[in-house]
Write a protein that binds this ligand. Structure first.
Ligand SMILES: [Fe+2]
Ligand SMILES: [Fe+2]
Length: 286
């Protein structure tokens, strides 16, 4: 077994804290809850609701290799990672249930398919599943980073029912961003599978999100509305767009000696951790 990679100094020793929270996302929450905008809202609806089957896939992918890990700290981190992701799945499923009741039923059906494919991949191709997990975890970490460095654009426009969910999930994605990576480096660590996984994951995400969004926009009579798409594309791919601004962060993954903590963004979540500890965010969430 390879030794665990050398991780940059702090925050290697940080603890992954499990925060069992629930949120106030209900049938009474506004339909267009992000910036009162259908495209942006449905982008987040499509993206967030992949988490229940997606993060369960991540957890199975990592847990599969648990028996091959000697490092005590990494064992603890695996537990923290799996438990955090379990809570994320549950909270995003609550959101999905609201959407299903609102008549956006395609997401739940698509999730069943993602779940079947994920379980099949875990069983047949455990290493490919793991390496794809760390590629997708890089995505969640960079989008989390993006949200927390630019909240005016990527968090604050959300309705107050959703803001705590954004912050909580973003903080925990940063907190556990290296776990799948460290497990992979401990059991294999080859460079090229990691690169191919990232290329495949990027294509997969770019493909799956519009596929998931289309029925939502269609239901609202907006699928062929040029203005809706123009504004939405600007939000995602325009200047400072969600998928444009973090390009440097994205490409770091392709460096041979990359490690998730090369991006030293732990400070971004220390403030939020303090808020949690004071109970303030939980008060909003409950
Ligand atoms: Fe998560
Ligand atoms: Fe994650």
């Amino acid at each position: 077994m390879n030794a665990i990679v050398d991780v940059p100094a702090p925050p290697h020793d940080h603890k992954i804290t499990v925060r069992d929270v629930t949120f106030n996302i209900t049938d009474d929450s506004p339909k267009y809850w992000f910036d009162n905008d259908p495209f942006k809202t449905h982008f987040f609806n499509a993206f967030f609701t992949t988490f229940p089957p997606g993060e369960e896939f991540f957890v199975r992918s990592v847990i599969h290799y648990r028996g091959e890990i000697d490092d005590e700290k990494l064992q603890k981190d695996i537990t923290g990672f799996a438990t955090q992701e379990g809570h994320h799945s549950r909270c995003h499923q609550d959101h999905l249930d609201v959407l299903t009741r609102q008549g956006y039923t395609s997401l739940e059906r698509e999730n069943k398919l993602i779940d079947i494919l994920g379980k099949w991949a875990n069983k047949k191709y455990p290493k490919t599943s793991l390496v794809n997990t760390l590629a997708l975890e890089h995505f969640t970490a960079l989008l989390a980073h993006q949200s927390l460095v630019d909240p005016e654009r990527f968090v604050d426009p959300a309705h107050e029912d959703f803001v705590p969910l954004f912050k909580w999930h973003a903080a925990e994605e940063i907190e556990h961003k290296a776990v799948a990576y460290d497990v992979y480096m401990s059991i294999d660590g080859r460079y090229w599978p990691r690169v191919f996984a990232m290329i495949g994951s990027t294509i997969g995400l770019i493909t799956i999100l519009p596929i998931r969004m289309a029925p939502l926009l269609y239901k609202d009579g907006l699928l062929f509305n040029v203005k809706t798409w123009f504004n939405g594309m600007r939000f995602l791919f325009g200047r400072n767009g969600m998928f444009v601004k973090p390009w440097k962060h994205y490409f770091q993954f392709y460096k041979r000696d990359f490690h998730p903590w090369d991006v030293q963004d732990y400070a971004l979540i220390e403030e939020l951790q303090a808020v949690y500890e004071s109970g303030e965010l939980l008060d909003i969430a409950k």
